[in-house]
Design a protein around this ligand. Structure first.
Ligand SMILES: Nc1ncnc2c1ncn2[C@@H]1O[C@H](COP(=O)(O)OP(=O)(O)O)[C@@H](O)[C@H]1O
Ligand SMILES: [Mg+2]
Length: 372
């Protein structure tokens, strides 16, 4: 999969931009605050319908303007496709191949994008919430239906927590919420379990490659229902959730929040059987994060049959030269968008065909082509 071109009108600091990309490496360089991330942000907007930096769509509209237009033409398995997004103050319209869509679910899975930014290097070190978000975003790309299940689950979880905070708790309503949470929750457990197993295999190989076989990376699904069996029955999973919810009901009523459910899940990450989040060095934590992130690229390829495009937003300056090379060497057949304030980074790209876009105050001031 590769992006051919992007058009931005009144998007952030771009008044009118038409940019044609290289099928291989696109290096977007320029001093800070010129609009490098804005370009790759627009690509992720067209992939998942929202920015990776903000949940407030109207922040994307250029200051002083009423609306923005963005479009992305891309090639997927030899078919040309197009996504267009218009955002007006509180409204968002999305078209896929010229046809308006009604829900984000219809957009997901069209343009597959993996974004790697400096925060992702903390994936291993951060809290469970970041790791859950990592898992959820990836599954949603591969399986758009999952996004809807998750949205429904989170809605009920909010309602349940609100109920728990009310003065007189309506226990009949609580029963109803518990049933729904167990319905959606059991689906989430089953899907996450399957996904994490696949990711575990790929990331184990990836990490061996990246560390010349010295380190063995294992990831494990951490959940409250001790669910890691492949011979599951979704009904059993649901019953287990209901059982635990009932056991914890008094506790929930006291603390006024929900203790049981996939919203508490986590990923255990181990190198040579040691919990790397607690005991790993910073270098190990970062390399493990790179392995997980790159595994995502491989997993999408396995599931969708095509590589996603990869965005590396400002990650290079965070890595030492070894890890920079490691990253680039693994990624030969993938379309990449690399942003950096440091023009020297082009030397590590010499193996690939590349285009360099020099950005200054929301405009492309110079384009250079190079590589084999
Ligand atoms: N809605 C907006 N309208 C106009 N300019 C914006 C808007 N949002 C951000 N900007 C401008 O975009 C620039 C930051 O762009 P960004 O892509 O994050 O920079 P960088 O090149 O460092 O990645 C800043 O100059 C900021 O003022
Ligand atoms: Mg930036």
């Amino acid at each position: 999969m590769y992006i051919k071109s992007v058009i931005l009108k009144d998007y952030r600091n771009y008044k009118n931009l038409f940019i044609e990309f290289n099928e291989n490496v696109n290096l977007i360089i320029g001093p800070n605050g010129q609009g490098k991330t804005n370009i790759v942000e627009s690509i992720s907007l067209m992939s998942i319908g929202r920015s990776f930096r903000t949940s407030k769509d109207k922040e994307l509209i250029r200051f002083g303007c009423e609306s923005l237009y963005s479009s992305c033409s891309f090639n997927k398995r030899n078919l040309d496709k197009k996504i267009e997004i218009i955002i007006q103050k509180d409204k968002k319209g999305i078209k896929v191949n010229g046809v308006s869509i009604k829900s984000i679910q219809e957009l997901l899975g069209n343009l597959n994008v993996v974004v790697f930014s400096p925060e992702d290097l903390r994936l291993v070190k951060d809290g469970p919430k970041e790791r859950r978000t990592f898992i959820d975003k990836e599954i949603s790309q591969i399986m758009p239906r999952y996004y809807n299940i998750l949205t429904s689950y989170n809605k009920i979880l909010n309602q349940r927590n609100k109920l728990l905070k009310s003065y007189n708790i309506d226990y009949n309503l609580l029963d109803v919420y518990d049933q729904s949470m167990a319905d959606f929750g059991s689906e989430i457990y089953v899907i996450r379990n399957k996904f994490i197993k696949k990711l575990a295999n790929i990331s184990n190989n990836m990490h061996k490659n990246l560390t010349s076989g010295v380190e063995e990376l294992k990831i494990k699904y951490r959940n409250q229902i001790k669910f890691d069996d492949d011979n599951y029955d979704i009904g059993e999973v649901k019953n287990k959730i209901l059982e635990l919810m009932l056991e914890n009901r008094e506790h929930d009523c006291q603390t006024r929040t929900t203790k049981i459910g996939p919203h508490k899940d986590d990923l255990g990450i181990y190198i040579n059987d040691i919990d790397v989040r607690l005991y790993g060095s910073q270098g190990q934590q970062r390399t493990a994060s790179i392995s997980l992130k790159l595994s995502e690229v491989e997993l999408i390829k396995q599931e969708v049959g095509d590589y996603p495009v990869l965005i590396l937003d400002d990650v290079f300056s965070e890595l030492d030269q070894n890890r920079q090379k490691m990253l680039i060497d693994k990624l030969e057949n993938i379309q990449m968008f690399v942003t950096s304030a440091d023009p020297l980074h082009k030397h590590i790209l010499s193996k690939n065909k590349y285009t360099i876009f020099n950005i200054d105050k929301g405009e492309i001031v110079k384009i250079e082509n190079g590589g084999k």
